[in-house]
Design a protein around this ligand. Structure first.
Ligand code: AFP
Length: 332
């Protein structure tokens, strides 16, 4: 039997769990944007999308051509659904309004249109991340304040990974579902239901080159993992680092593990590297819905009330037992 398409899955969710048809329209719009980005990624140099754009984003990071192309695709596709009244993108300093000629809807969308930019030009996995929040009341000009809601308010979250296959991961708060893009028909089809992350882990992911800048609890935790069978954890761990959060989270959803991007002393006033609204929150919602956990070392990420739309946060997410251990070390 042919697996359900994303549209069929969302219609089933409407019938079984009473999810909102407007949300369905929004998620289908996002999946269309991901399809378009996936096609550009596949063409690479042939589509002229590789290399630098010659500009910087709000974080002061150099923008790649594909960052800007993906942002434009996302903004247009999401606005066109008529399901949102504002958007926040990693690539744009202020909230983005829906053009006058388009209708407004009851949701707010936050996204990182192209995560893992440093992998673009070397043909390694990259992705898009998205988070859907309810809007208190639809209005033409969105304010930053509208988006400053804790991640526990999210209605839906997901990512699309542009890897050997294009895979969309989605949660509406009732489990995590994976859809693989059939390139021939252009249809996302349900290929894994109710993904579960094992409580225990055998793998960890962290950029070890920053070790000398870490805080003491992280140094302690990682050194115990590195001691393997001979250390207090009593087992060997393997390490992976793709430098694209989408790929790390996808690996953890498929075979377990823990991902960390702690705060560090390179930039003491910065709470971490990853962005709360469109990286940490949606990935935390996915993790929690797959039975994993997610903290900033001190508290559950989805309980943090943001102060600004591009706020950064330290991230520890994945296998519940590991996240509890490293979080416990921060409290010791
Ligand atoms: P970009 O999307 O700006 O390339 O950043 C990717 C990312 O935010 C996240 O996806 C990675 O886990 C992390 O940065 C990698 O950071 P390092 O380059 O410091 O290892």
């Amino acid at each position: 039997m042919t697996p359900l398409s994303l549209q069929e899955f969302l219609s089933r969710e409407e019938a079984l769990a009473g999810s909102d048809p407007v949300l369905t329209r929004l998620l289908v719009g996002i999946s269309e944007a991901c399809k378009e980005i996936s096609a550009k990624v596949r063409e690479g140099a042939l589509a002229g999308v590789l290399g630098l754009a010659g500009s910087e984003n709000v974080q002061g990071e150099e923008q790649k051509k594909l960052d800007i192309i993906s942002n434009d695709i996302f903004v247009e596709a999401v606005a066109r659904t008529g399901a949102v009244c504002g958007m926040v993108s990693e690539e744009v300093p202020e909230p983005i309004a829906v053009p006058e000629e388009l209708p407004l809807g009851p949701y707010l969308a936050c996204f990182d249109p192209l995560d893992g930019s440093s992998n673009i030009d070397i043909n390694v996995s990259i992705g898009s991340i998205f988070a859907i929040l309810p809007a208190e009341r639809p209005k033409r000009v969105p304010a930053p304040q509208d988006f400053l809601q804790p991640g526990r308010n999210l209605t839906a979250a997901g990512y699309c990974m542009y890897g050997p296959q294009t895979i969309l991961a989605l949660t509406l708060g009732r489990g995590v579902f994976l859809f693989t893009l059939d390139d021939v028909t252009g249809t996302f089809r349900l290929t894994k239901e109710n993904v579960r992350v094992p409580r225990e882990a055998k793998e960890f992911a962290i950029n070890m080159s920053n070790q000398r800048f870490w805080e003491a609890p992280v140094v302690r935790y990682v050194s115990e993992l590195l001691q393997g069978k001979d250390g207090p954890r009593g087992k060997n761990y393997n390490m992976r680092w793709v430098a694209a959060m989408v790929a790390e989270v996808h690996r953890i959803l498929m075979r377990g593990g823990i991902f960390m991007y702690p705060r560090d002393s390179r930039n003491p006033e910065r709470a971490g590297k990853l962005r709360l609204l469109y990286e940490a929150n949606p990935m935390s919602m996915l993790m929690e819905n797959a039975g994993g956990a997610s903290t900033n070392g001190h508290e559950r990420i989805r309980d943090i009330v943001p102060n600004s739309i591009h706020e950064r946060v330290a991230v520890f997410l994945g296998a519940a037992e590991e996240v509890e251990t490293v979080t416990g070390y921060h409290k010791a």
